[in-house]
Design a protein around this ligand. Structure first.
Ligand code: AMP
Length: 122
C-alpha cells in the first residue's frame, strides 16, 4: 500500500515551526506537545518528526532509530508527567473508522483521572 502524506496537515505545520505548540519534550526524531483541546488533566500528543500518516505506516517504513526514539519518547513523557504510577491510556487513531482528525501519526497520552471504559457501546 502507498501511504499518501499531506504536508499541509496541522502537525506538519507545527514541525515546520509555522504554528506554535506547547512542547513537553523534543528529541532527534520525535516531538511531544500538549493537546489544544485536552480531554483529561494530562493530554499530551507524541508525534514522529518523519512524514508518517499512521501507526501502520510508521511501523512499516520508519527506520529503527526513529522507532526506538519514538517509543522511548512516549515512555519518557509518561514519566515526566508522573502518570506511570496511577496509570494512563495511549490511543492512536487511524483512518476513517478510527476517526483520525490529523493525518500525521500521533499517540495521545491521557491521564490524571479515571478514564472509564475504553470504548462506549456503539
Ligand atoms: P485525532 O482525532 O486522533 O486525529 O486527534 C487529533 C488531536 O489533535 C485532537 O485531540 C486535537 O485536539 C489535537 N490538535 C489539533 N490541532 C492541534 C494543535 N494546533 N495543537 C495541539 N493539538 C492539536
Amino acid at each position: 500500500m502507498a501511504y499518501a502524506y499531506d504536508p499541509d496537515n496541522i502537525f506538519a505545520k507545527i514541525l515546520r515551526g509555522e504554528i506554535p505548540n506547547d512542547t513537553v519534550l523534543e528529541t532527534e526524531h520525535s516531538l511531544a506537545f500538549r493537546d489544544i483541546r485536552p480531554q483529561a488533566p494530562t493530554h499530551v500528543l507524541v508525534i514522529p518528526k518523519g512524514s508518517y500518516v499512521s501507526f501502520d505506516h510508521f511501523a512499516r517504513d520508519a527506520t529503527e532509530a526513529e522507532i526506538l526514539d519514538y517509543m522511548r519518547t512516549i515512555g519518557e513523557v509518561c514519566r515526566m508527567e508522573g502518570v506511570e504510577e496511577d496509570g494512563f491510556r495511549l490511543i492512536s487513531n487511524a483512518g476513517g473508522h478510527g476517526v483520525q482528525e490529523v493525518p500525521h501519526l500521533h499517540v495521545h497520552i491521557l491521564a490524571g483521572r479515571p478514564l472509564g471504559r475504553m470504548l462506549q457501546p456503539a
